[in-house]
Design a protein around this ligand. Sequence first.
Ligand code: FEO
Length: 403
Amino acid sequence: MLKALEIKKDVYWIGAVDHQSRNFHGYSLSPRGTTYNNYVILDEKKTVFDTVKHADARVSLDRLASVVNPEDIDYLVINHVEADHAGALPMFIRACRPETVFCSPMGLKALEGHFRAWKDWPLKVVKSGDVISLGKRSVHFLETRMLHWPDSMFSYVPEDTLLFSNDAFGQNIASSERFTDEISGEVLLSAMSEYYHNIVLPYSPQVLKVLAQVEQMELDIDMIAPDHGLIFRGRQNAAFALETYRSFAEQKPRKRAVIVYDTMWHSTEAMALSIAEGLGEAGVPSRIMSLKENHHSAVMSEVARCGLVVVGSPTHNNGILPFVAGFLTYMKGLRPQNRLGGAFGSFGWSGECVKLISEQLAGMGFELPAEPVKAKFVPDAASLEQCFALGLTLGRALEAKCG
Ligand code: FEO
């Protein structure tokens, strides 16, 4: 039998744990899966906050039924219309027959675009600053556009010092634990970083804006309940979530490098090793990641920790090897800022790949403090020396940037 979990008095988690999914928004969740969290408050107006993925509707409705008859639900609040949170909305509306379904102004547009039945639903639009009463409690809404879609919003319950943050502060973790203080800090930070840098990163300016608003409103928060992963309980853990997002969004340069590459016959790979040696000589730690062995989302999680990204590919059919081209496309969409870049690669006869990589990096806003290095067929000692020098130059430039 599935049960709800009380996270505060008369506030329950009724979500679904997805141990199986391994792909989310094009990035690899392996090995952790994810969760779709939603919640219910049992007050005079019994209110459900968000639903879950369509396939998990029954799981969440069963958890809900363990604490209240779903037909007694008065309100549904839809903080975000993406399918992992609103996919089960039609089933919830059928089961609960709510008096009102609250959504943001952009949420209304998104609901219209996702569900044919929207016209039959008792929708009510709420904006930033709007407040509804549940009886003993109130819900204050704050639109958080682009965190993660234009429709996203927070629901804050001051009487419980509780923030339902939807995608923000989420982590893709499938586990029996429900609170962040039940797992190691290292695993938590890694999961928060992976989630942020593969989903939220392009919207970092909006994240800083939302954090400033939360600060300005002087919200008293002692619990942040996101829609993915574990719940931050206690003021210290809630403050940790806010500060971690601030540091992710600020993207201050870090003295660390990742060398990401693919190789056909190990020539570009040999160049990567020499570049790492040069970086080491400059005092910059680095990690070498082959795109054959590492999913592009794992590389992106490493980019999160690095102020320098060095990209290598042999020239292939006058272009870039597909795994590297795919990674560059993925990284471009995520718009990392404030980083140095570099390019390298072997070639047989035409050799335009390093120029193409450099152009792409420059187009994404990377500073390129050194000329790219290319080596014909198998790199000889002189070519490897050039790679070492490239690493040294890039490392020194990074050192200067980090101050
Ligand atoms: Fe978890 Fe933007 O959906």
